[in-house]
Design a protein around this ligand. Sequence first.
Ligand code: AP5
Length: 216
Amino acid sequence: MRLIFLGPPGVGKGTQAQRLSGRLRIPKISTGDILREAVEKKTELGVRARGYMESGGLVPDEVVVGIIRERIKEPDAAGGFILDGFPRTRPQAEALDRMLGDRNEGIDAVLDFKLSEMQLIERLSGRRSCPGCNAIYHVEFNPPRQMGRCDRCGEPLVQRKDDHPEPIRKRLEVYRAQTVPLIDYYQSRGRRLEIDGSGTPEEVFRKVTAAIDPIQ
Ligand code: AP5
């Protein structure tokens, strides 16, 4: 299956993509994770992306389109993938359609996650992430077993630089201006499935699997 996870920052796309990736045995491809790793390693891509990311803005389309073009050619993506956080603009969506079209492939479904702005801010402000394996935690809603340490790999957890009030405000604004138009884009192509992102991660996962079951 080829799936897109669409939705505002903090709605739980990454959390759900990680679970579904395990269930369907297809990779979760997160442009955010790929870019953060590049920033951490100070590669040419990371140096270019850092300022955009830390302020809450979007990295230029041609950069992220290039990342996805290469990543979906990897052998582990041959049987499908979950795109988490891509596309985020209309030019990215059109580039993806062309890329898949060249391979006679298409997107099976776009899961469009919804949550109130108050809950988004609550989730983002308490998030902690593992720089080692990209596992996602929340100080209150999904704490690690040992405070400040990743359950999976033991690395110290960090708070993302863009999970502070000013970048959060900017990310929500950028989402409304640049990504919300994709809802109509995929609705008009008959690919959009709306998911209520409220409830526990387990409850949301049940909604996700119920939504995609009929198209598997
Ligand atoms: P990216 O990493 O994609 O960030 P995002 O889209 O802002 O999404 P988040 O990772 O913040 O949220 P999420 O929905 O995945 O929520 P999560 O599951 O973590 O992008 C970062 C930056 O990279 C961008 O700002 C941009 O600069 C750049 N970038 C990336 N892609 C790009 C692109 N295509 N084009 C241009 N630039 C790009 O959950 C959040 C928190 O809530 C966690 O603490 C989690 O534990 C908790 N939580 C999750 N589910 C629940 C639940 N059901 N109940 C309670 N808590 C929950």
